[in-house]
Write a protein that binds this ligand. Structure first.
Ligand code: PLP
Length: 447
């Protein structure tokens, strides 16, 4: 069947009519209808009634295979009995105190046992907040002001970091080897933008030059090993090793943001790369579906928080219920669970890439674990090595239509061409996703 944007949109609007009506109604009281802009999926959000296992049930009465999983949070799918039971046991004890409960330290122990570079850890309510903590700790330890981040790297919505996460094709400031900072939102002060250094992914020579010039006032480099929200880009191991040696030499702290990538491996994606950062930011799966963020790292960097130099605080930081859910989630996520997810991811990647290769289709699936990206490219076999590659060589209109068509066929991926698997998924779910992807790709490309 031939697929066009027009016919996909028409069927989407019909299928998700109730969600559309609800979105319109909400706009009267919430600007844009909801507090989270990333809920947008095509022309409006799809409202959910409930989730169970690998599925979501929408208010329109449809059951979709959830390949979004709250943008990678729900590694155990929805309403997992271990998490639900742990919360049911904890709730009757009360859920908000001006005292600590034991859960926070239990979760801290679990994470420190798994992620080698994390000797100590402080929790917050989100990865964005933990990025604030990480940067403050880095500035206090180094006595320097500026921070460096990568073009296409997303680290939440804070002023310091919502810069050059999403520059689009028509507005890339600076040459590829020396990107200039560009705020992703109005309202970010110019002095913040000036204090943010932008680095190109997978271009070590360029990073060496930029960081050497700015080392005297750069406190940290923050990076994802496999980026997510800015578009999937996998960093080469040699590149990451190069940044590690360089930051060590220049007295710049290396912060790896594992907010998404803790779902990659029992030891984090840093375990797979064999790299030991100074600090690590975490979020998403560590709260088991409740709001939780964390910054961890080598003990010596946390002395500034122990001696009172650095003040980190917040009413709900390390919330007991989020810690309870996080403990339950990580206990289920043993090595076997990671293996199952990664095997499914490899199957999707291999089967679809071999098929696209054989057909000579400009379509790729890439990424390295249970969070994958897929893209329609300018030519078969194209590799994506940087954020600019992503924007220059992939077709966003196709991805938009692909997402609508997926929902029309009862799948709910991340709208920007990504999927996050969950543990309850079966081999049948994976096969049907592969089959449906092939149908949609053919329908789009054979127009
Ligand atoms: C790598 C990364 N860091 C930080 C964040 C911000 O997390 P939060 O939305 O919990 O503040 C995100 C969110 O998607 C992320 O993907």
């Amino acid at each position: 069947m031939k697929i066009t944007l027009e016919n996909s949109l028409e069927r989407f609007s019909e299928k998700f009519k109730t969600s559309k009506e609800f979105t319109e109604k909400c706009k009267d009281i919430i600007p844009g209808a909801y507090s989270r802009v990333s809920f947008n999926y095509g022309p409006h959000a799809i409202y959910v009634e409930r989730g169970e296992g690998q599925y979501i049930d929408t208010i329109d009465g449809h059951r979709l295979l959830d390949l979004n999983n709250n943008f990678t949070v729900n590694v155990l799918g929805h309403n997992h009995p271990k998490i639900a039971n742990a919360l049911s046991e904890a709730i009757p004890k009360g859920f908000s105190f001006g005292n600590p409960m034991r859960y926070e330290s239990q979760l801290a122990e679990i994470i420190c046992d798994r992620v080698e570079s994390v000797e100590k850890i402080k929790f917050s309510c989100s990865a964005s907040e933990s990025c604030v903590s990480a940067i403050r700790i880095a500035r206090a330890n180094t006595g320097k002001n500026k921070i460096a981040k990568f073009e296409g790297g997303y680290h939440g919505f804070i002023d310091d970091l919502q810069i050059s996460a999403h520059p689009a094709p028509d507005r890339f400031p600076g040459p590829p080897s020396r990107p200039a900072p560009l705020a992703d939102s109005a309202g970010i002060p110019s002095y913040t933008i000036e204090n943010t250094i932008i680095l190109p992914q997978n271009n070590l020579d360029a990073c060496v030059k930029i960081l050497r010039e700015n080392a005297y006032d750069t406190a940290c480099v923050i990076m994802e090993l496999q980026s997510g929200a800015g578009g999937v880009v996998v960093l080469d191991k040699e590149f990451v090793d190069g940044i590690r040696s360089l930051t060590e030499e220049l007295g710049i702290l290396m912060i790896i943001d594992e907010t998404i990538t803790l779902r990659a491996d029992y030891h984090g994606l840093q375990g797979v790369y064999g790299v030991k950062p100074d600090l690590t930011v975490m979020g998403k799966i560590i709260g088991g579906g409740l709001p939780l963020g964390a910054v961890g790292g080598q003990a010596r960097y946390f002395q500034v928080t122990e001696n009172g130099q650095v003040h980190l605080s917040g009413t709900h930081q390390g919330h007991p219920l989020a810690a309870v859910a996080g403990i339950a989630c990580l206990e289920v996520m043993d090595e076997e669970a990671y293996d199952k997810l990664n095997t499914f991811a490899e199957q999707i990647k291999n089967e679809l890439n071999e098929w696209a290769d054989k057909k000579n289709y400009p379509f790729i699936v890439y990424g390295a674990f249970s969070f994958l990206g897929y893209a329609f490219t300018d030519k078969p076999g194209r590799e994506i090595k940087s954020h600019r590659d992503f924007w220059h060589f992939t077709n966003n209109d196709y991805i938009f239509t692909f997402a609508l068509e997926m929902a029309n066929r009862d799948f709910f991926p991340v709208h920007r061409g990504q999927i996050a698997l969950s543990l309850p998924m079966t081999g049948e779910d994976i096969d049907s996703f592969i089959h449906t992807t092939k149908e949609i790709v053919e329908g789009l490309l054979n127009n």
